[in-house]
Design a protein around this ligand. Sequence first.
Ligand SMILES: Nc1nc2c([nH]c(=O)n2[C@H]2C[C@H](O)[C@@H](COP(=O)(O)OP(=O)(O)OP(=O)(O)O)O2)c(=O)[nH]1
Length: 228
Amino acid sequence: MEAQLQVPAGLEGCNPHGAKLQIYQEGGRSEWMQYSAVKMFTNAFVINTAKQQMLLGYKKRGFATGVYNGFGGKVDIGETSLEAAHRELKEEAGIEASLEHCGVLFFYQEGHQYAHFIDIYRADSWTGEPTETDEMKPQWFQIPSLSGSLVNLAEDLAKTEQGGSETSHTTIPLHRMWKDDVLWYPLLLSKRRFIGRVDLVEAPSTPEPLDPSAPLHPLVKWWFATID
Ligand SMILES: Nc1nc2c([nH]c(=O)n2[C@H]2C[C@H](O)[C@@H](COP(=O)(O)OP(=O)(O)OP(=O)(O)O)O2)c(=O)[nH]1
């Protein structure tokens, strides 16, 4: 019988049926940072497969202002993660979608009171028209070709970091997203189930307007595995 991989603290219990885990990528420091509490979050990504586009929201206020992300937030007391994901998608983007759970991102930023345990969801269809809210401005972005390997896709995604400009965001705007997203977007986009953890050090407060060349929340340790 094959030995199961040791998963980072925070991800225990994410593979209750003992499915096969395979390291996708890992790196950084030798030790994970210590956290004292964990809160549950959701993050939902809507994909237009026919047009090869992804809906992202520009965060207008609160945590991570100025960053593009999927739609999500805290899971409220008495709510399941899936219920929270539907509620947040409606509140932040004005749409409804059939969400499929595709991964877990455990995220800890140095100096923060708690770690984020984020259930990541994906939908390939939706109802309603994405609408700007007080918190998020939704916008469609082109996904680089999915025909190559995951490694190629990660490289294609990374190229958008250098190629992005202030005014045109035709491809996914990695230079304005959390630094770890390039590590797991290839899995999300190719529908591979995954679990992962990232530790980041505190970055200086984000300048407005964002400087695309400025470092955003530097990563100090990361680990991602696919689940089969
Ligand atoms: N893509 C990505 N998302 C992340 C990372 N770290 C992280 O917390 N998130 C997500 C989880 C949540 O979807 C979102 C944080 O939610 P939020 O900004 O709405 O938090 P909030 O405290 O205002 O919660 P709420 O009022 O909306 O419930 O950011 C990351 O590294 N990459």
